[in-house]
Design a protein. Structure first.
Lengths: 258, 257
């Protein structure tokens, strides 16, 4: 077999997949702004994505903040700059780790379940049944999930920011013997609104990516149980990769405007 | 057949890659008729139904519903036409996140915007007409047996009182007695609604019971069509082989790929 042909085929397949995702995303956005809307379905998804993700996001944020304080202390202590620990913790959490950690956790928890649920509906013909009952599957299945994720991710990240900073504070004060009030003052002194806002914007974009990719892989799954399994895996892998890639692009964008 | 046919297909073609599943289908169904499409597994019977419903886009040909061309419709027009259809899926395709009565009332609430309480009353009536007590309405689809799922699927398909109903293998996977129950329900519901129906099946017993007309699909084409009464003297060796279920004949099943 011609190896060049194989490379070409893989590349064309990749581009075709990218095109399908882009079309799906465009379709989703256009259905977001056209009635009918399903407020009760959006509310149920918000509960699932926002409220029930709190424990896992909170726990990971707590330990991330704790390890940040510990690691930056070991570094800064070597050139007597321990005072910067609080600033490093709060900036890393709000600008970077809050959105990324929450995004990755939600991709694993929510993206996977969306792909599995919609994928099962696809292979059992439930999506076709929706169409025969005069219901647009984009509007009924995809739009509520995407809107709920875009709305809830920033809130989750805000919670993750606070818990992460708290984790850093606990380690700094109780393990590294920092002064309570001066640590807190250093935390807020160098923090700018833009640091928090940029993190929340990232979160909203990640929420869109997670829900859209979860729905896309579920919607286009086929081939029974195996197909649904593959859709689930693909949704988590593609969302995780996209979160890290888009995170860099957004950081560059915010960095340039500052 | 006089007047405008309810469903008219001409030159309908669909291929998946190199495989030509539908290769020029021409058929028309008169209002109130019950067409049963027979044919072996994998001959494109399901594809045919999904193409008429607009779930699959045909490569060529025309589909007219009451004389209106539907292959060129936009999304809004498609929804308007689909509101006149009902379908019973092979695996019933009940929404497992909803209760049984919410499934039956789905088309009424989502499609027609009916109020919840009124839709529930209508759903329970429909469940009763397929012989299910109202307690079943509160169960989830996962708690039902195969025959009950089919009956709920039937109740859901007729709840919006559609003009055209499709049945995708309504008796597959059921025991002979439950098959006959479903066949009787189909006949009774269709008579009650005055609907036009298209069913696909390879169960000849079921076909004889529910059909007014039969069409045989083979090799992507309709190779024989006629009233159900003529099926035993079709003169087609393909039809004879199929209805008597013989392995030997002009239809060669591909045992090995």
């Amino acid at each position: 077999m011609n190896p060049l042909a194989t490379i070409g085929r893989v590349f064309i397949g990749f581009l075709a997949g990218l095109g399908r995702i882009a079309l799906f995303a465009a379709n989703t956005v256009s259905h977001c702004v056209r009635p009918p809307f399903y407020p009760s379905l959006i509310a149920r998804q918000m509960m699932d994505i926002g409220f029930f993700s709190l424990p896992v996001v909170g726990l990971t944020a707590l330990f991330t903040g704790m390890v940040l304080a510990l690691q930056s202390y070991t570094g800064f202590a070597r050139f007597q700059a321990e005072g910067a620990v609080a600033t490093v913790v709060v900036l890393s959490m709000t600008r970077e780790l809050g959105p990324v950690i929450a995004g990755l956790m939600v991709a694993g928890r929510i993206g996977a379940s969306m792909a599995a649920e919609i994928g099962t509906m696809r292979v059992t013909e439930q999506i076709d049944a929706l169409v025969t009952l005069s219901t647009n599957p984009y509007k009924y299945l995809v739009v509520p999930r995407v809107l709920a994720a875009v709305a809830m991710l920033p809130i989750l990240v805000l919670v993750a920011d606070v818990i992460g900073v708290l984790g850093g504070y606990l380690v700094a004060v109780y393990k590294l013997n920092f002064n309570m009030s001066s640590y807190l003052r250093q935390t807020v002194d160098f923090l700018e609104w833009m640091d928090v806002i940029s993190g929340l914007v990232k979160a909203a974009v990640f929420g869109f990516l997670i829900a859209m990719l979860g729905c896309f892989h579920g919607y286009s799954s086929g081939g029974g149980a195996q197909g649904v399994g593959r859709a689930t895996t693909n949704s988590v892998v593609s969302a995780s990769i996209m979160i890290l890639v888009v995170d860099y692009m957004l950081t560059e964008l915010f960095f340039a405007t500052r | 057949m006089d007047g405008v046919p309810k469903i008219q297909l001409s030159g309908l073609k669909k291929a998946f890659g190199p495989k030509r599943v539908l290769d020029g289908i021409d058929i028309s169904v008169a209002p109130g008729a019950s067409l049963v499409v027979i044919g072996g597994s994998g001959t494109g019977k399901s594809v045919l139904l999904k193409t008429i419903l607009g779930l699959i886009r045909p490569d060529a040909g025309s589909i007219r519903i009451d004389g209106e061309e539907t292959t060129s419709l936009d999304a809004t027009g498609r929804e308007r036409i689909n509101a006149r259809f009902g379908m019973l899926f092979q695996g019933a395709a009940l929404f497992d996140s909803l209760t049984v009565w919410e499934n039956v009332a789905f088309g009424l609430m989502q499609g027609q915007g009916m109020h919840r309480a009124e839709a529930k009353a209508r759903a329970l009536e429909n469940l009763a007409s397929v012989g299910l007590p109202k307690e079943v309405g509160e169960l989830s689809p996962a708690e039902l047996s195969g025959g009950m799922k089919k009956r709920v699927g039937l109740a859901r398909a007729i709840a919006t009182r559609p003009e055209i109903i499709f049945f995708d293998e309504p008796t597959t996977g059921l025991d002979p007695i439950m098959s006959d129950v479903i066949n009787n329900l189909i006949v009774a519901c269709v008579k009650d609604l005055g609907a036009t129906t298209v069913s696909i099946t390879h169960d000849m017993h079921s076909a004889r019971k529910i059909a007014t007309h039969v069409a045989m699909l083979h090799g992507g084409r309709i190779i024989w069509t006629g009233p159900i009464g003529d099926i035993d003297r079709s003169g087609s060796p393909y039809v004879d082989q199929f209805i008597h279920g013989r392995a030997e004949g002009p239809i060669q099943m591909q045992v090995r790929a």
